[in-house]
Design a protein around this ligand. Structure first.
Ligand code: GLA
Length: 372
């Protein structure tokens, strides 16, 4: 398996080959998995996430003219902007680059052009936050190239601005903060009420985190995601309370008349409790309860938040047949993408075989598996 240093040196080599000179700065940021706390970032909740062993790397250098030449190594495709930053984007990945340049230009005027190479091994559009890793790597590369200090939280917020203003996705800060704070063999506990974070050592033994890519792309899910964000915003307005742990039964009575909002809040509040429970499981190496919490979370995301789909539900149902599966759930924005699973380490291959066989015969699709 390729490691971070290898991705970085591959990217530097690609840069040298493409631009015939060495890059001045290179960095790489990982994708993320979210263990628990789904759809809580834009609801002032909490989450427990970690970085994965897959990255997006960016190499960058100054140019003498006003061109900004960007090459995606993965897509073998180039886009050229100028320092005037006129929007000539035609593809999705162009928008991330254009957004990052525009956001950066608000901090530091781009007088001369840039050469940029993007390269990575995070599968795109599958819920592992390849786009957040791309945003963080791009912005971090510019700030470093121009020797401008930037606080990590500020960096995440600028990345979020790219999502909001250039992709028109109202996402929270989970993906960017998870990528920025990622630490090997540690989980990151993020509190979205005050945007504080802490690291927790992964004490769970004998079980591995296995991500399964259902191969159902979630690109078309943006409008459904936005709808959830709007529903919750409305719910908070009606309840008139912004702190999840202060919401009382009396507050909840106020949304009784709105059955959809009631369901959404049922997920938000139960998921919030699950984050606290999961924290204890990680500290106390309680794999059995950790698995149960994941299954409860899936049911809540499926029934109350309504962000699952038949392929993902099939993956969870079939996993129930395995004695080596402690639990799992749909992960990320939903409507496709990946599941996250806690599987007995010794039996990962056996479990993979069971799931793969059944999924293939049901949907004629080959799953992808990533051990975290
Ligand atoms: C997507 C968004 C995140 C977060 C998750 C759901 O990944 O980008 O901000 O809301 O969905 O937890």
């Amino acid at each position: 398996m390729i490691n971070k240093e290898q991705i970085i040196s591959k990217t530097i080599n690609s840069f040298i080959e493409y631009f015939d000179s060495k890059p001045e700065f290179t960095c790489a940021y990982p994708g993320r998995v979210n263990l628990i706390g789904e759809h809580l970032d834009y609801n002032r909740g909490m989450s427990i996430s970690c970085g994965i062993n897959k990255w997006i790397a960016v190499s960058v250098s100054n140019r003498k003219d006003n061109k900004i030449v960007v090459q995606s190594e993965n897509l073998k495709s180039e886009i050229i902007f100028t320092t005037d930053l006129e929007d000539n984007t035609t593809e999705l990945w162009h928008k991330y680059v254009f957004g990052s340049l525009s956001v950066f230009a608000c901090h530091h005027q781009l007088k001369k052009g840039l050469n940029i190479i993007i390269n990575g091994n995070i599968p795109m559009g599958s819920g592992l936050s390849s786009s957040a890793a791309l945003e963080v790597a791009l912005l971090s590369a510019y700030f470093n190239l121009f020797n401008i200090e930037i606080d990590k939280l500020e960096l995440a917020k600028l990345c979020q601005k790219i999502e909001h203003e250039y992709l028109l996705i109202d996402s929270g800060l989970l993906d960017q903060l998870s990528s920025i704070y990622a630490k090997h063999n540690y989980y990151t506990l993020i509190n979205f009420q005050d945007l504080s974070h802490s690291h927790m050592e992964n004490n769970i033994e004998g079980a591995s985190l296995l991500v399964i890519n259902s191969m159902i792309k979630r690109e078309l899910a943006i409008s459904k995601y936005t709808k959830r964000v709007e529903e919750c915003k409305k719910g908070f307005q009606i309840i008139n309370q912004t702190q999840l742990d202060k919401i009382s039964d009396l507050d909840l009575k106020k949304i009784e008349l709105y059955p959809i909002l009631k369901k959404r809040f049922s997920h938000i509040l139960s998921e919030y409790r699950r984050v606290h429970q999961m924290k204890n499981c990680i500290i106390n190496n309680n794999v059995i309860d950790a698995g149960k919490i994941l299954i409860e979370s899936h049911n809540s995301l499926k029934q109350d938040y309504e962000v699952s789909c038949k392929e993902i539900d099939f993956l969870i149902d079939i996993s129930m047949e395995s004695k080596d599966w402690y639990g799992g759930r749909i992960m990320g924005g939903g409507f496709g993408g990946c599941t996250i699973n806690l599987v007995r380490t010794k039996s990962v291959n056996k479990y993979i075989d069971l799931v793969n066989r059944n999924y293939k015969s049901e949907f004629d699709l080959d799953l992808e598996f990533y051990l975290i």
